[in-house]
Design a protein around this ligand. Structure first.
Ligand code: 13P
Length: 251
């Protein structure tokens, strides 16, 4: 179901002490707001403590990655059912940092997406083009291929139980945000592309924008008709910034 949502992606940041301060402040700051879904995706070792702190609040927790395999001799990997042990409702798949730094291609991302859904966890599927691809005019083609790999493996109906995040690689951690119009153009392209196969799925799909979302630019992005919320990196580590972004969507 299409809904408004702000998700934090802590990436590889935090420690027990800092996390507690951050979570306590965010819980207090978002207390009583229920029209918007709030989520933090945290490093694996902190799932138990974050689960403990967030259960019975209006903030969900999730992971940033998972294995495409169920179990077995895969040293260092974490399976979907392990995430279930910590009641994760969401997991990020195909983040551009995983694609570029850890060699995850469209097929592996699709397998991870399917593994998450197989365990009842909602994948947040990240798609987005690099600066070179944008300048070469291939943005739409790149995103279409990233989505097509998932649709081929899991079917278009699987998107009913997924979230898509458009994260232009050139906007991640660079301070260079896509303009609301640039982001809207790609969000509409994603929704219209899916509508060609299944209009109901397209209309019900939550599509988040990620890439240097800040308290100062969140409202103008969230005002766009096909932007349903944000996937927030750096600003999700600063309680007041994250709260302000969440409140920008709430308004
Ligand atoms: P920044 O908000 O730090 O640009 O990161 C965005 C991101 O990668 C979220 O997944």
């Amino acid at each position: 179901m299409r809904r408004k949502m702000v998700a934090g992606n802590w990436k590889m940041h935090g420690n027990l002490l800092e996390n507690k301060k951050l979570i306590d402040a965010v819980v207090t700051g978002l207390n009583g707001l229920h029209e918007v879904g709030f989520l933090v995706c945290v490093p694996y070792p902190y799932l138990p403590s974050v689960q403990n702190a967030l259960q019975n609040t209006n903030i969900a927790w999730g992971a940033q990655n998972l294995s495409q395999y169920e179990k077995g001799a895969y040293t260092g990997e974490i399976s979907a059912s392990m995430l279930n042990d910590f009641m994760c409702r969401y997991v990020i798949v195909g983040h551009s940092e995983r694609r570029t730094l850890f060699g995850e291609d469209n097929h592996v991302v699709a397998e991870k997406y399917q593994a998450a859904q197989g365990a009842g966890i909602i994948p947040i599927l990240c798609v987005g083009e690099t600066l070179n691809q944008r300048e070469a005019g291939t943005t739409e083609q790149v995103i279409e291929e990233q989505l097509a790999a998932v649709i081929k493996l899991a079917g278009v109906e699987s998107l009913v139980k997924a979230i898509v995040a458009y994260e232009p690689v050139w906007a991640i951690g660079t301070g260079r945000t896509a303009s609301p119009e640039q982001a809207q153009e790609v969000h509409a392209f994603i929704r219209e592309g899916i509508a060609k196969t299944n209009a109901n799925v397209a209309n019900g799909l939550t599509i988040l924008y990620g890439g240097s979302v800040k308290a100062s630019n969140a409202s103008e992005l969230f005002d766009m008709p096909d932007i349903d919320g944000g996937l927030i990196g750096g600003a999700s580590l600063v309680a007041n910034d994250f709260i302000a972004i969440c409140r920008a969507l709430h308004q």
